[in-house]
Design a protein around this ligand. Structure first.
Ligand code: AMP
Length: 377
């Protein structure tokens, strides 16, 4: 059992985006101090934190000295080099452990781990050359998706291959890099399970959340997901296996494909709070960010119970294209909550904020959040 880290202590966050911001809000509400570390200044997390350290992730001396100033280090950005987590760990505990980052920040390592657990994943092949790619396509067939092993996010570093004519193009599109080829899944929908695990093995989850994407970026989340209880329960049990086998102390999100036949396949893992869990801030007794705080501080986890079903709509920089969004129009929906991340420049596809709608019915919450977002432009 880890010694609890109590309110008043300082928590270190590697990364400085919106996930760190919402974590910092939860931590400050419970009386903790927050230090954030990233190469950027005046960041979403830095605006809330007590201390904002600006240095590159590979400045290991700066990372170690950052870790010396806090009681525990966690992260909101998982693509930091393994050496960064190790440097932090020389001065403070890192939770979740750096080894979990290492596994989940590269698709081949992640898929090999998942294969060992015996849980169902999308059929895939490892690809290291054009010859491998041809062979993999012979085995998996068309269409298939080629993804760089080093994580792109939001669909970056991916290429769908529909026919043999496009193989060369796909291999160039991923930059001739180590990749995985996945069979293209005929999807009924996509769901995720956001869950937290304490050092003592306590496990809490938010059930299955449904995710709708647009241009490979999460667009809406709906909780509870519109799937059968049987599918939702299976997804939760699989997620429990993932968190237990990785030994997560913190929050982890498991993303699933649900096939038209009702089969579940794990798509990927994120060892941190997740965009699909943002609705837990307004909809649940304990948000995903507070669970992360409690877990990394060795406190008992809170109830994940939902006050009401909810739906979330992301606000991307694109909605600024015709000028400042009409905030009062969205605030005119009494059951809609506005979240903005304090980002200074609204670039296209950049996640600037989100809306959450609450309703006694998830479908109705979804309709409301769609209307509220439309009202912004
Ligand atoms: P990823 O970055 O791997 O999560 O992929 C982004 C999105 O692309 C997913 O959420 C799916 O909507 C779609 N996608 C990725 N891989 C596949 C696949 N093998 N079959 C069908 N759709 C996929």
């Amino acid at each position: 059992m880890i010694q609890p880290i109590l309110p008043g202590a300082a928590i270190g966050v590697l990364g400085s985006g919106q996930l760190g911001r919402m974590f910092a809000i939860a931590a400050r509400r419970m009386g903790y101090r927050v230090h954030t570390f990233s190469p950027d200044q005046d960041t979403p997390t830095g605006q809330i934190a007590d201390v904002e350290v600006v240095a590159p992730y590979d400045d290991l001396d700066a990372v170690e000295s950052f870790a010396r100033s806090v009681a525990v280090v966690t992260f909101e950005f998982e693509n930091v080099p393994a050496s960064t987590a190790q440097a932090a760990n020389r001065a403070a505990p890192v939770r979740p452990d750096g080894a979990i980052l290492h596994t989940t920040q590269q698709r081949i390592r992640e898929k090999r781990f998942l294969t060992k657990t015996g849980l169902p994943i999308t059929p895939y092949r490892e690809v290291r050359s054009l010859d491998h790619l041809h062979q993999a396509l012979n085995e998996l067939g068309y269409p298939a998706v080629l993804k760089t092993a080093a994580f792109g996010y939001d669909g970056k570093g991916q290429f769908k291959i529909d026919s043999p004519e496009r193989v060369q193009e796909a291999w160039s599109a991923v930059g001739h890099q180590e990749s995985v080829l996945e069979a293209f899944v005929d999807l009924q929908c996509e769901i995720s399970v956001v869950a937290a695990r304490g050092d003592d093995g306590q496990f809490v989850h938010y059930g299955a959340i449904e995710n709708l994407h647009s241009r490979h970026i999460l667009d809406h989340s709906i909780a509870p997901a519109r799937v059968t209880p049987e599918i939702a329960n299976r997804a939760v049990e699989m997620s429990r296996t993932v968190l237990d086998q990785l030994g997560v102390v913190g929050v982890l999100c498991v993303e699933f494909f649900v096939t038209r036949g009702g089969q579940l396949m794990i798509n990927e893992l994120a060892p941190r709070p997740h965009n699909s869990g943002h609705l837990t801030v307004d909809a649940c007794v304990t948000s995903q960010f507070e669970q992360q705080l409690r877990a990394v501080c060795g406190l008992p986890l809170g109830s994940s119970g939902m006050h009401r079903p909810a739906a979330m709509a992301n606000l991307l920089g694109d909605i600024w294209s015709t000028g400042e969004p009409n905030w009062p129009a969205a605030c005119a929906f009494p059951d809609v909550k506005l979240h903005l991340y304090g980002k200074l420049e609204p670039r296209p596809s950049r996640k600037m904020g989100h809306l959450t709608a609450l309703n006694h019915d998830a479908e109705e919450a979804y309709r409301t959040v769609v209307k509220a977002r439309k009202a912004l432009t």
